[in-house]
Design a protein around this ligand. Structure first.
Ligand SMILES: C[C@](O)(CO)[C@H](O)COP(=O)(O)OP(=O)(O)OC[C@H]1O[C@@H](n2ccc(N)nc2=O)[C@H](O)[C@@H]1O
Ligand SMILES: Nc1ncnc2c1ncn2[C@@H]1O[C@H](COP(=O)(O)OP(=O)(O)OP(=O)(O)O)[C@@H](O)[C@H]1O
Length: 297
């Protein structure tokens, strides 16, 4: 048995349409996932127990024990296969923690792929991914896809060309359940009754055509008012990106990372410089999408 390393991308939600709260505590979604070129790497090496190491510059808040999603993924797969969960896992984190870019979900997907390869198992990982979290199946698949149900039922979307993104990372994270709860609270207070969530035809047309300007205009996130309510300073970040010429600006998923669409790689680099100079984020990075899901290196 030799070590297996898997590279796995972050996501941004191009559209996040949130339906009413379900009886099971989740919300039905029309969730347009898009995998972008910010990657974590998970290595699974032979071992005689399950161990975990987390490496990276900003890993504060990442659990290193049994509750790490990568360790949970390894245990779930071992249980499913009826084998001991013996692997030394190393996560090299680059995806912002609790940033709305599904970093923990990415690590879970990568751990499933790495351990399956290490243990020589040929098994459909998708049902296990869905049990680990609503965002985990997409981290396996990558590309661009519509997630329905709670986000775990995926339909790939055809995309032309490559889109250029800028991500403004915030200090500290936001809790996903807290942001959904704030969304429900705001809707209740405003007397809003959401209908069934639907993917936007304009967004689909923009993706099929590779039209960045149309995509920028179609970006939409129903969780954004809730993220802004919990973190009002994000308004300034979004406004700064728009003022510097972003084609579109929105909070990524449950936030607090803000995503900006640029019209070229050069434009993305100039947006990175302008947003960094404006001091509206902890750090600012460029990336492109779509990119593949969890991949063995
Ligand atoms: C905000 C997103 O990142 C957008 O892709 C996801 O919807 C969140 O996905 P995730 O982090 O994988 O979330 P899960 O681990 O499945 O659920 C965490 C919590 O988020 C809330 N949650 C999540 C997904 C969903 N469709 N409705 C929800 O209300 C629930 O309170 C749930 O208990
Ligand atoms: N491998 C992991 N990496 C990061 N966080 C993890 C991991 N495993 C468990 N967690 C826990 O999950 C919480 C959310 O982390 P994560 O980085 O996945 O957030 P997120 O990007 O906002 O998620 P999402 O976009 O899926 O809602 C963290 O605060 C941490 O307690």
């Amino acid at each position: 048995m030799t070590p297996v390393t898997v590279r796995v991308p972050a996501k941004v939600n191009l559209q996040l349409a949130v339906g009413p709260l379900r009886d099971d505590g989740f919300h039905d979604l029309a969730n347009v996932f898009h995998a972008v070129s910010l990657f974590d790497e998970v290595t699974a090496s032979p071992a005689d127990s399950l161990t975990l190491r987390v490496e990276g510059e900003s890993i504060e808040g990442v659990p290193t024990g049994d509750d790490n999603l990568a360790a949970r993924a390894a245990r779930l797969l071992a249980q499913q296969l009826g084998v001991p969960a013996h692997a030394a896992l190393t996560i090299r984190k680059n995806i912002p923690v609790a940033g709305g870019m599904a970093g923990g979900s990415a690590d879970a997907a990568a751990a499933l792929v790495a351990c399956a390869r290490l243990w020589g198992a040929d098994v459909d990982l998708r049902p296990l991914a869905a049990r680990l979290g609503s965002d985990v199946p997409f981290a396996l698949l990558g590309g661009t896809a519509i997630g329905t149900g709670r986000g775990e039922v995926l339909t790939p979307v055809q995309v032309s060309g490559r889109f250029h993104w800028v991500f403004a990372l915030a200090d500290g994270g936001l809790s996903t359940p807290a942001v959904y709860a704030e969304c429900d609270r705001l809707r209740e207070a405003r007397g809003e009754r959401p209908g069934p969530p639907q993917a936007s035809p304009d967004l689909m047309a923009a993706l099929a055509a590779g039209d960045a300007k149309a995509l920028g205009a179609a970006l939409a996130n129903d969780l954004e008012p809730a993220a802004l309510s919990l973190r009002p300073a994000l308004r300034d970040t979004l406004e700064a990106g728009r003022a510097f010429g972003a084609l579109g600006a929105l909070v990524s998923g449950s936030g607090p990372t803000c995503a900006f669409l640029a019209d070229s790689a050069d434009h993305a680099e100039s947006l990175v410089a302008a947003l960094t100079e404006a001091g509206v984020a902890r750090s600012v990075v460029a990336a492109h999408g779509p990119v593949p899901g969890a991949t063995v290196l």
